[in-house]
Design a protein around this ligand. Sequence first.
Ligand code: ACO
Length: 428
Amino acid sequence: MSDKAKITFGEKTCELPVILGTEEERAFDISKLRGDTGLITLDIGFKNTGSTQSKITFLDGEKGILRYRGYSIEDLAEKSTFLEVAHLLIHGELPSAKVFEDFSKDITTHTLIHEDMKRFYEAYPSKAHPMGILASMVSAMSTFYPGSQDPNREAESINRTIIRLLAKIPTISAWAYKNSVGHPVVYPRNSYSYVQNFVNMMFSLPTEDYEPDPLVVDALDKLLILHADHEQNCSAAAVRIAGSSRCNLYSAISTGVTALWGPLHGGANQAVIEMLDAIHADGGGPDKWIEKAKDKDDEFRLMGFGHRVYKNFDPRAKIIKKACDGVLSALGVTDPVLDIARHLEEVALRDDYFIERNLYPNVDFYSGIIYRALGIPTDMFTVMFALGRLPGWIAQWKEMIENKEPIGRPRQIYTGAPHRPYVPLSKR
Ligand code: ACO
């Protein structure tokens, strides 16, 4: 097969080089297209547009494959830990025992946040959504570490910012929750593992003894691994494009948090539980909701269903569904919405509308049920997703900076009014 694609437009023909990926994925490079033919490409929502060449995550939506740096998500979820995966994504390799010890120690000794930041919590309304708090606090971190402003600084300075983000975001997140329930914040404990520490900051109280339940810690660790990266999704693309202006890393990550918050992306995990609760409260079973989701005049969508790239199954959803059964039975939790979720899935997967459009449960369909069983409140679900996605965002940003990618600046086709003369206010 030729390694060039040809585009002919009128009299002009342009030869465009074909780029080949590790797994035989093909793209043609259109950077010469406008110069040679005067055309740009139009692809609203970037449904068929590659924005970069990346070595981080491989995803095959047709076959349901997801790999971080070549390792399958199934292997990593079963055998690894979240911090190992964070190292893998950010630095490209699984760490040796010694490197891992230093990496973990670096993180556990940077978990405190500046005491002045603690005062911010007093100013947020008590019902503030924790994703709003997280986005603004992460952005505010740049004001506490002005040395981090230049993303082109030496590796050691960038590495310190990366460690601070990984170390402090669990503290910021757990404190947002404590603030929302009016409880005193719990300071980080360096003797705990990453996830143990987070669970302790979320659930321990000064009034009683508390030891994080290993089952809860293991389940959360697995969930964080499953969320750790997903190549050029909405929030990763937001981090890369914001970072391409060479803003500091804190601000780029804050952009990712904001993009993740929406219900069509990470916010779907909260929306799924709210939907399942509504179906439960309604009492009429899933059929009515399936019909609503199919009705073009109704804005309702089956939350947790469908995915831009997975058109067969979402491998993360498979792992989560299995973990969900395990966690609920180990904790002895019975959640009526689990039956509704199973029923809804069964009905939808038999329905022509969903079959024709390749709509399957995605990662968020079952994750909310596990989070709830683990005691995580609903409006913290998307924060959990952000904790998991953090190493992926950092890896995406770092790759974009190291590749010296130019500022992200799409083009457009203008469809507004043609040139017209200005009419003074008195004459309108
Ligand atoms: N319920 C009902 N219909 C749906 C759903 C759904 N959940 N998802 C897609 N469709 C339909 C669309 O109406 C469209 O139908 P049409 O061809 O007749 O117009 C068709 O399926 C294709 O959908 P698009 O919106 O064009 O697909 P896109 O790739 O742009 O959107 C998305 C993907 C945003 C995930 C979509 O499936 C959705 O809104 N799902 C619900 C929200 C959700 O679960 N988001 C989490 C995604 S996973 C993540 O980000 C972590």
